[in-house]
Design a protein. Sequence first.
Length: 294
Amino acid sequence: MNPKKLNKNNQPLHLNDIQKMLASFEDDILPNIPSKDAILQRAKQRKLKQKYIGGALFAICAMCFGLYSVNPSYQQYTVTTERGAQKTIRLSDGSQIMLNTESKILVQQRIRSRDIILQEGEASFHVAHAQGLLSGYFERTFQVNAGKMHIVDIGTIFNVQKLSAADASVSVLQGEVAVGILGDKKGMIHLKQGQSLSNQNEKLNPILHVDLDMVQAWQTGHIIFNQTPLSNALENFQRYSDFKVELSDPTLKKLPISGQFKAENYQNFMQVLPYVAEVKVSKSSENIWEIEKK
């Protein structure tokens, strides 16, 4: 048996009684119930808001993709060394670059890459790589341009010397690099430790095996010659000191020179030269020397 609802006098409630009780609340309830038009307007506003948010997210994603594709530079600066000076710099990622005498590099930090342009001289690159499980996905390419030569780091340490406006040479001290001609990504050649490669304009020369001690000697302030033509040996010393040499006979330019010398002490080289070659050396003025056959 269902219990009946009772009023305050314990009498059963009828429909009319319930309607009278609810009527007292209508004035408070009805004003708070939105109209049909108001409900439709709010729904329209919600759809517009969702559309704007979706459009904004799409625009942000498109902008990020565009920036990633263009790979713009967000930091750029130049580092130089004077004659006889050397300098080591550390990039924000931990990579180190050591510049030899009379060298100049342009550093460009980009979204997808770390770009270095060797504009003059010689530099050694010790590249830092990302660590962790996701390092392969977020690793920025480290690449060096010198003249027409384009170098992409794969391993860790390599040395680059700019030989002329278009020509350069690269030697791998540790790890591996890919080398090609600037603008031609199909003809990349991989070099490993102890290998060297140079170019002549837009042509790569054959791979050579090099003496790593000779390549790194400048980092300790030395120059090592191994059957090096006298003219090249003198040019090496002139990168560190201001002096001139006059050769009485053009054939002396090809005179082979071997030995290890302090880069900044060309006077010692001049004094030793007559003992290692059939030449006579004299000093005509403060910074001018003359070399002639005996």
